[in-house]
Design a protein around this ligand. Structure first.
Ligand code: MN
Length: 310
């Protein structure tokens, strides 16, 4: 487990002091309840290692985010050997509650069970959660536990947050009934997004979102040909550019108070394609969020990161 304890970096850059950071990245290499392919505990380290291969220049927003924004990768938050689920989730809630509220907060999982406590710690009641995922994750319990990675969205919905689900294509009959009966859950089944009007309806809804929002990205929401490295793959799924259209609509929406986001369920694989997609997605989120909020008008940092031939 040496990976879990080593210092991690974004784009191999030195970490800014947490009290000065514009972006806080928290690795949460938690893996306890996954039911199929294992390895998501190595997800955060693999995603951050892949960021070393990214250009500093981000072509869609046409700037170098790290010239103008300070980024900190915090020490990883992992469960101790033998630690009870409840104790780990309380620790996660306490640590995330203690972080500054202003920076963009991004957690890297780890399994999807980590999302609820971070949402409860940072997002006021009445906020909205946007979930990219192949699965609804609305089971009340699974394998006897509310902390299973099949349950996080049920826990979040039960606290009164609204849900917009994107890319779902595998769910229990009870989850389908719950979605149909609950006006607080809007689910865009994956196949409906293949129709131009389905995608337009979704992007329109995201552009109109206001107030506190959390974005949770389960990597199995993407097509498994693009991201084979996930714990519970499903055929179908979002293309890279569909995914980008969705995150851009959220990050560029200035009516949204983005309380945080997470990228979860990545299982590193030898081709490194999966972790590279997650790394580039992470960079796109930071880039669009920062540019929409005017960070490009800030003076470049002294190191001129992104200007030279590195
Ligand atoms: Mn999930």
């Amino acid at each position: 487990m040496t990976l879990v304890n080593s210092v991690m970096h974004f784009l191999a850059l030195p970490n800014a002091a947490p009290e000065e950071a514009d972006v806080l990245i928290l690795p949460v290499p938690h893996e306890r309840t996954v039911t199929y392919k294992r390895g998501t505990a190595q997800g955060p380290a693999a995603i951050l290692a892949a960021t070393e291969q990214l250009e500093f220049y981000e072509e869609d927003a046409d700037w170098c985010p790290t010239r103008h924004m300070k980024i900190t990768v915090l020490p990883p938050l992992a469960s101790a050997p033998g630690e009870e689920d409840e104790a780990f989730h309380r620790k996660l809630f306490d640590q995330v509650s203690g972080l500054r509220k202003d920076p963009l907060f991004i957690a890297l999982g780890g399994e999807h069970s980590i999302t609820p406590e971070m949402v409860f710690a940072r997002m006021p009641k009445g906020g909205s959660l946007v979930q990219i995922d192949a699965h609804a994750d609305l089971r009340p319990t699974y394998h006897g536990s509310i902390y299973n990675h099949a349950c996080p969205m049920r826990r979040i919905r039960d606290r009164g947050y609204r849900l917009t689900q994107i890319g779902v294509r595998s769910l229990h009959a009870d989850e389908a009934s719950a979605i149909a009966a609950d006006p607080g859950i809007t689910t865009y089944l994956d196949r409906t997004l293949l129709q131009p009007e389905g995608m337009q309806k979704l992007l329109h809804e995201l552009a109109l979102l206001i107030g506190p929002v959390w974005l949770t990205i389960d990597m199995d929401g993407f097509n498994p040909a693009l991201v084979p490295g996930v714990g519970t793959p499903q055929p179908g799924g979002l293309s890279w550019y569909q995914g980008l259209d969705i995150v851009e609509a959220i990050m560029r929406n200035r009516g949204i108070d983005l309380r945080g986001m997470d990228i979860v369920e990545l299982v590193p694989e030898p081709s490194k394609v999966s972790q590279m997609l997650a790394a580039k997605l992470l960079q796109k989120c930071i880039s669009h969020w920062g540019k929409a909020r005017g960070y490009h008008q800030r003076p470049a940092q002294g190191s001129q990161i992104g200007m030279t031939d590195e």
